[in-house]
Design a protein around this ligand. Structure first.
Ligand SMILES: C[S@@+](CC[C@H](N)C(=O)[O-])C[C@H]1O[C@@H](n2cnc3c(N)ncnc32)[C@H](O)[C@@H]1O
Length: 319
């Protein structure tokens, strides 16, 4: 029996027995593959020894699936991502389908009815939207459900792009003649908002490297690089850039997620410290600098705070 799990995280694959011991869930039987959208969740399953194969792909893997189990709900993912994945499951034609819905019965039925009522309709959930920095060209960015930000500009990301584009253009930070080309690392790039806006605002040639742990962000950033004609190396990683890129960047930009008590911001800043050249500049952004500033100071002793759009951009120079 070949089973595909969709929307499951490592903790869903374990249960605690009567003696309080954690062991693989009793319902895990046969040849099971778990689809993940984030490489962090994929690694967590691979390292858990629960006997489930994990894949990290922007779309569900094709196959002759006997059973597809889908775990979703309003607290687990956006309604649009739920519907997008449900449509992909429907198009796989599995022999059997089970929905584990964490939420109200009415919302569960509502989700299912969107497919049942019109089974032949295939919806396109991608979105194309504009973004620009002052004095820069308007870029049309494509995003997908699950990828940050879908359908709209994130104000924090925009604030970061505006500050970095302005500083680089004014060559306040660099001696422009020394930058041929200059190297920008956009960590947690999402669909590429910050990196593309900064790169497009510069007259000098730019080498742009983008990293994200979410496979749909990587898919969107690659597509945007192609559509915008801005060359970029886009990497899927939850662990920064490879060692051979250490010490090669002039600028680091990062708009990290803050849901994890700064654990992910710490990974971003550790990468920035490693990836930047001496004299290279690290820019991060957050709503309120109080929490992020001490984390940034662990890696860079001096932090300058630049306010923009109600956000704080934290700037540090590597010694
Ligand atoms: C707040 S979003 C910012 C997206 C984009 N830079 C912007 O400003 O619109 C944070 C991004 O970090 C990514 N992310 C989370 N953990 C990560 C990690 N360990 N390594 C790389 N990217 C990560 C998320 O997938 C998400 O795309």
């Amino acid at each position: 029996m070949k089973t595909l799990l969709v929307g499951y995280k490592v903790q869903d694959l374990f249960e605690v027995d009567r003696r309080g011991e954690r062991r693989p869930a009793s319902w895990l039987e046969g040849d099971i593959t778990c689809h993940t959208l984030d490489i962090y969740h994929c690694h967590a399953i691979e390292n858990s020894s629960c006997g489930v194969k994990a894949v990290c792909l922007p779309h569900l893997p094709k196959g002759d699936w006997d059973l597809v189990k889908f775990k979703t709900g309003p607290k687990l993912m956006s309604g649009e991502l739920s519907l997008d994945l449900l449509q992909e499951i429907h198009l796989l034609h599995p022999k059997r389908f089970e929905l584990e819905f964490d939420g109200r019965e009415r919302d569960r039925n509502d989700l299912l009815s969107k497919i049942k009522d019109d089974p032949d309709r295939v919806r396109d959930f991608s979105a194309v939207w504009p973004a620009s920095v002052p004095g820069g060209q308007k870029l049309m960015l494509t995003s997908f459900p699950g990828c940050f930000c879908h359908r709209r500009v994130d104000d924090g990301g925009l604030a970061l792009a505006e500050v970095v584009a302005r500083e680089l253009s004014a060559a306040k930070t660099f001696n422009a003649s020394a930058l041929q080309p200059f190297n920008i690392l956009d960590m947690g790039c999402g669909c590429g908002l910050v990196g593309f806006l900064v790169a497009a605002s510069q007259k000098l040639p730019v080498r742009l490297v983008m990293v994200d742990s979410h496979t749909r962000a990587v898919e969107a950033a690659k597509l945007n690089a192609e559509k915008l004609g801005i060359p970029a190396e886009v990497l899927l990683s939850d662990n920064g850039t490879p060692a051979q890129m250490d010490g090669t960047f002039d600028v680091f930009v990062g708009n990290p997620p803050y849901y994890s008590d700064y654990r992910i911001a710490d990974i971003f800043l550790e990468t920035a410290q490693r990836a930047l050249k001496p004299g290279g500049v690290c820019y991060t952004v957050c709503k309120n600098a109080d929490g992020l500033e001490p984390v940034q100071r662990r890696y860079f002793p001096d932090v300058e705070i630049i306010r923009r759009r109600g956000y704080a951009v934290l700037k540090s120079v590597k010694n």
